[in-house]
Write a protein that binds this ligand. Structure first.
Ligand code: SAM
Length: 228
């Protein structure tokens, strides 16, 4: 069976260490674990999915690909999809809001001590997710920003450890804000443009709203300005 995997999921997969024992949370088609197993990168994965329909399609795909010996599909909420004896070493959670990802990690945090790496791809609220990581003894070791079908996606890779992030780093990413890749600049330039349009529509007399937007504009300008 051909796997119709997106570049976004390929980018998430690229951060999974070789020979990991993987849990993919919210694995609607099981594409991510199937891709990694088919390429011989890993040999064991659990695809966890909380909703019946996507769970069924994950099972069908895994069976049709003949990968049932290596991928177990569980109908399960978040980290309840694995137990200690599965010896999971890496968890991927992608394609959900940053708040939901934080909630899933929070609900299962008693099971995270055995996990070596989290590969997270929030669709929004990246700052809240970075805060959760910081407050729960994870340190960010790598980040990537990519664009697909006109939408920007951030990938946050974390391992056990301590980090302290400033408000600026939480919002813009400790690595992303250092690297200032073209995609990063494009993403924040787009937000900046929207805010400038919004500012132009606020009457000059409404100083409170104008001030709030100007603050946001200034923060983005600081982030995209080149120090070179
Ligand atoms: N991970 C895939 C991706 O990145 O393309 C699927 C993303 S899809 C938008 C989100 C999936 O996560 C849905 O199938 C949803 O049912 C599932 N999901 C949401 N909350 C979950 C939870 N607490 N536990 C397991 N799966 C969950």
């Amino acid at each position: 069976m051909e796997i119709n995997i997106s570049q976004r999921l390929l980018d998430v997969a690229s951060f999974v260490p070789k020979e990991s024992r993987l849990l993919d949370v919210g694995s609607d088609h099981a594409y991510l674990p199937m891709h990694l197993i088919k390429n011989g990168w890993i040999t064991f994965a659990i695809a966890g999915e909380v909703v019946e329909g996507p769970y069924r399609s994950a099972i069908t795909n895994v069976q049709q690909s003949g990968l049932s010996d290596q991928i177990t599909v569980h109908l399960a909420d978040g980290l309840s999809a694995f137990s200690e004896e599965d010896r999971i070493s890496c968890i991927t959670i992608s394609g959900m809001g940053g708040r939901l990802i934080s909630d899933i990690l929070e609900a299962g945090k008693g099971k995270l001590s055995q996990i070596e790496r989290l590969v997270l791809q929030p669709n929004n609220c990246e700052d809240e997710l970075r805060l959760w990581l910081m407050e729960n003894h994870f340190k960010i070791v790598s980040e990537k920003i990519m664009i697909e079908s006109g939408k920007f996606y951030e990938i946050i890779v974390a391992e056990q450890g301590q980090m302290i992030l400033s408000d600026h780093q939480r919002r813009f990413g400790p690595f992303l804000s250092q690297e200032k890749s073209d995609v990063f600049l494009e993403r924040w330039q787009r937000d900046l443009n929207k805010l400038e349009v919004a500012l132009a529509k606020i009457p000059l007399g409404n100083e409170t709203d104008r001030f709030a937007i100007k603050m946001k504009i200034n923060l983005i300008k600081e982030a995209i300005i080149s120090e070179g």
